[in-house]
Write a protein that binds this ligand. Sequence first.
Ligand code: SF4
Ligand code: SF4
Ligand code: SF4
Length: 289
Amino acid sequence: MEKDTKHGLNRRKFIISSVQAVGLSMIGGLVWGAYVSEDKSSPIVLRPPGALKEEDFVKKCIKCGLCVEACKHRPNNPNPGTATLALGTPGGHKPKKSTPHIYPDKVPIGTPYFVPREVPCYMCQNIPCTVACPTGALEPNKVTSIKNGRKVLDINKAKMGLAVIDMESCIAFWGIQCDACYRACPVIDKALTIEYMKNERTGKHAYLVPVVHSKHCTGCGMCEYACVTEKPSIFVLPIHLAKGKAGSHYVKGWEKKVDVKLKPQTFHKTKKSEKSPEEYLNTEDLFNE
Ligand code: SF4
Ligand code: SF4
Ligand code: SF4
C-alpha cells in the first residue's frame, strides 16, 4: 500500500513537472514570438538625438535603457521623474492620449523612441541621453559643432525628424489667427517661420501661416505637442518620409552660380511631336496621324 502511494506521488510529481515544462516552453515561445515580431521598427519611429541610421541604430543599441534614465533625471525636467524617451515593449506603443495622433505601432523591444504629441524632446543643451549611450548607437559626434576650434555638444544639430504641415487642417491656412506651433519652436525664426499669404477668398486680407525649414528643424516635436487642432496639423516624421527628392536633372542654377544646362531628356516621340505645332496644325490632317 505504502509502495502504491509512493508510486502515486511520483506519478503526480512527474505529471506536474511535465505540465510545468510545457507551460514554460509555451510562455518562452510567446515571449520569443513577441520579441521576433517586434524586431522591426515601424517606419515612423522617432529616435533620440544623435541616433545612427535606423538599421545601424538597432544593431548597435544594447537595450540598456541608460538614455531613458538620463532623460528622466535630466536637469530642468518640467515633469521630474518622467521622460521624453520610452523603451519599446511587446505589442508596440500604447497611446497615452485619447485624441488621434501619430505613434509607432512597432518598436523593437528595449530600444528608445519618443512620441512628440505625448512628450516632445525639450532639446537639453547638454544632451544627457546621447552622452549616456555606452555603444555609440547615439553618437555625440552627430550633435556637435566647432566653437573656438573645439568640438562642443550642439543640440541644434539634432536631426530626429522633420516637421510637416497639413495645410488643409491647419487653421492658420483658413485665415484664423494661430501661431501656437511657431511660439513653441525652440529654433524659432529658423526652423519655423511665419509667412504672409494672400487670402484668395476675401481678396483683401493676408494670412499668416507657419512654414518649416528643413535645414534647421531638429524634429523635437515641440510644435506637434503645442498644435491646437484635435489631430495635430503639424507633426514630425522621420526625414526620409517627410522629404521628397527632385532628382539630378533638376538643378538650382542660382545656387551653383553657374549656367548649368539640363541634360537632354528622352521623350516618347510621335509623328506630330517631331514637328512644330505650327507645322502640323497647318499642313496635316489632325485626325489621321
Ligand atoms: S535631449 Fe530630449 S530626449 Fe535627450 S534627454 Fe533631453 S529631453 Fe530627453
Ligand atoms: S520639430 Fe517643430 S518645434 Fe522642433 S525644431 Fe522643428 S519646427 Fe521647431
Ligand atoms: S498650431 Fe497647428 S493649427 Fe496653429 S498654426 Fe501651428 S500647425 Fe496650424
